[in-house]
Write a protein that binds this ligand. Structure first.
Ligand code: ATP
Length: 229
């Protein structure tokens, strides 16, 4: 059985429907890329998984439980670690304080996060507000890891960052996959980098999952049809 399963999910913002049938699975130790053009429902799907938005129909199962009726804190406690779009950290806390604020018992502690992102070690006593965008993104990933999740969900983690920093983040994601066997759901627009880490892909088109398969099986035609601009 998959660690995370979404079946035929529909969801709305008030009167405006955003998801029209999303199916998705994520297995233990797997990296799945959630893709689609702007506005196709990627962030909304993530919100439904993390219970920040209620689905209208369909089911969300995680770690063997139907979490469709859970509030977000309960879903988080089960092991859903979200790195939200826009890298939200506490700007008036230091790097160390930010990490400690989300700490929970388990494999991940300050030293392990600092080892993954040496820049955070160097800046541990700096306020988050004084970090560069890329460093804040690393801190956001570090905060999610400190909760010791079973699944890490990354929403546009490399968007708007300098190429060197993006590389560092992709390297960290590859390291997480290889060394810790964490299952990861990653939303990103850069096909080339996704290809280095993703096992499978799910493509959304107007709120529906229209293509699912092995990442390697994603043809140029399919990419063009659903991801091209
Ligand atoms: P992007 O790549 O631009 O982040 P996305 O694939 O993540 O796009 P969503 O943000 O999930 O797309 O948006 C899906 C649809 O829901 C869009 O039509 C969007 O306009 C709409 N939508 C998103 N957030 C809200 C909201 N808070 N209220 C109303 N409609 C929303």
């Amino acid at each position: 059985m998959s660690l995370l399963t979404l079946e035929n999910i529909t969801a709305s913002y008030g009167a405006s429907q955003a998801l029209f049938g999303v199916d998705l699975t994520l297995d233990e130790g797997e990296v799945v890329a959630l893709m689609g053009r702007n506005g196709m429902g990627k962030t909304t799907t993530i919100k439904v998984i993390c219970r920040l938005l209620k689905n209208q129909s369909g089911t969300v199962c995680f770690a063997g439980q139907d979490i469709s009726s859970y509030p977000s804190h309960r879903a988080a406690r089960l092991g859903l670690g979200l790195v939200p779009e826009g890298r939200r950290c506490f700007s008036n806390l230091t790097v160390w304080e930010n990490l400690m604020a989300s700490a929970r018992q388990g494999h991940w502690d300050f030293d392990r996060v600092a080892n993954l992102f040496p820049r955070l070690q160097e800046r541990s006593s700096q306020y988050a507000a004084s970090l560069s965008g890329g460093e804040q993104q690393m801190l956001a990933i570090g905060r999610a890891l400190m909760t010791n999740p079973r699944t890490l969900i990354l929403d546009e983690a490399t968007e708007g960052l300098a190429p060197v920093i993006r590389q560092e983040i992709w390297k960290a994601i590859a390291q997480l996959k290889g060394e810790t066997g964490l299952s990861i759901l990653v939303v990103d627009k850069t096909l080339k980098e996704l290809a280095l880490v993703a096992d499978r892909a799910v493509i959304l088109e107007r709120g529906k999952s229209v293509w699912r398969g092995q990442f390697q099986a994603l043809s140029a035609d399919v990419a063009d049809q659903y991801l091209g601009v």
